[in-house]
Ligand binder design. Sequence first.
Ligand code: F3S
Ligand code: F3S
Length: 108
Amino acid sequence: AYIITEPCLDIKDRACVEVCPVDCIYEGERFLYIHPDECVDCSACEPVCPVEAIYPDDQLPAELAEYAGINADFFTAVTQLGSPGGATIVGPVETDHPAISRQLGREH
Ligand code: F3S
Ligand code: F3S
């Protein structure tokens, strides 16, 4: 699966959402999360992110390794959304993974 990492925080450009053919990129309060089971590894999202926040899981830099769990846990322990089969029907969720929530705000 593809994984969204730290640069997305408080940026939330959403270009990735526009190009994902399976609507598997879900919006939280300060970050977006790719559903690890719904992602079909098409790679469309990676080049369109203006802050280069997206990586395939097998190319995730070591310093961003925790983001694999952050994306996955959002759908289980954090929101218990499970696998809804599409972000549009869920809409923005007004919460984030605790590892995201505790990060300080970014200057715009
Ligand atoms: Fe979606 Fe393809 Fe990325 S399925 S999350 S656009 S790799
Ligand atoms: Fe975030 Fe980049 Fe998508 S900033 S919302 S991962 S286009």
